[in-house]
Design a protein around this ligand. Sequence first.
Ligand code: NAP
Length: 488
Amino acid sequence: MTTTTEAKTKTYLNYIDGEWVASETGKTGVSKNPARKDEVVGAYQLSNSNDFDKAASAARRAQKTWRKLTGNVRGDYLLKAASIMEERIEDIATAMTLEMGKTFPEAKGETARGVAILRYYAGEGMRSVGDVIPSTDSEALMFTTRVPVGVVGVITPWNFPVAIPIWKMAPALIYGNAVVLKPASETAVTSAKIIECLHDAGIPAGVVNLVTGSGSLIGPEMANHKEIDAITFTGSNSVGKQLAQIAVSRGIKYQLEMGGKNPVIVANDADIDLAVEATISGGLKSSGQKCTATSRVIVQQDVYEEFKGKLLEEVAKITVGDGMDAGTWMGPSSSQSQLDTVLSAIEKGKAEGATLLLGGNEVKKEGLNGYFVEPTVFEDVSSTMSLAREEIFGPVLALMKVETIEEALELANDSEYGLSASIFTTNISNMLAFINEMDAGLVRINAESAGVELQAPFGGMKQSSSHSREQGQAAKEFYTAIKTVFIK
Ligand code: NAP
């Protein structure tokens, strides 16, 4: 992030109480293209606590009216925003690729998912929010209903800059909450474009607010603010835990989605071509910068050499480049610090004794001036090595050989994380063992680890989450409180 008071490019504003406004600091930061280091994508507000206070207060006022609207009326705003976003899909996807580097087709797919999430939650405004429960009193009626939590603070990362803010804001809004979004600074421009869709859909002033700026300043301000009733966060474990501590001390609701170290198991009876294709797609798309990306590849010994040979052959074909170029399969890491993390993980892997089979270097190509790293494959990785333990968030696969499925499951579970996991097998016993014993919130069979469907619950076990779930019907649990009603 570069600080400048005179950005030469388009400057995006905060969105507070229905107005686009500059921060009172008068300062902006610039978001840059990780594929072309010197290219500025846009400038955004470096806000302070007063800016945040105005947003949170506006949200509190607006929520009092918003919660009284019927679900279908709230849903109409989401439907309108979805249509507007659909019309702007190319523009939003371009901003995403320019800001964080994923390829344009992937960015377009993510934006389309954002549209679908808005439509899904628009429909939720017409669905049941309670149960009738038989009372022991024959003259009483007892049932549950749900009420909004209030004002929700939303903090999001750069790796899914459309899907994650929308899968948090859409359920918050449909159940009658107001929101203040603090997006990742790296993708502040993409975030402003999402909020423009909601603004242009005519959402009432104050119901949605956007405050950009440094997470270490706005984040704690948000968690501590008296008008914030709940906080939903996706990002790193260290930041998530800090926010949780504040939330606990204030007694407010919180929800964290954090890191992963996702395994794929390839059994002796697997369809090897499918396993290779899914391991590459799950591990290396978006340059491995998905929380659900495949990272540990645990292969049974009878098929190890065949799998390894085919994997290396296919990984060697991957084209690395600017995500806007049609021939690019894999874009850059999102920033210098992300690139440094990936390269240092590779060096640590080599120093700890893992064998580097492919890649491992920065990509230096004429015409490219960005944070590019080669798709990288290691073998001889043991469970104690950092390659098997630490989240890298880069295009690095660690191969591990095992004899039995029991051993594979034990290794797969030997992690502090538990977000997603895959197995490739044609054997029903292997599948059942995996479903029952794998400690992960998302278990996938004969499919890559990095697949999430918006209508199904999503979230991790162990250190990957606060044990809550997002998306689908599960989102209702966080964004509402149950009220038990007894009428005599
Ligand atoms: P990060 O550094 O934790 O940042 C995430 C968000 O938190 C950004 O908006 C950031 O703002 C803000 N932030 C930074 N410091 C803060 C603080 N002290 N208090 C409050 N907020 C603060 O994480 P990241 O590097 O952007 O994202 C990568 C991580 O996200 C990975 O660990 C990945 O696994 C995880 N992730 C998890 C999921 C999931 O669903 N489980 C999905 C995607 C990503 P600034 O940008 O201004 O610093």
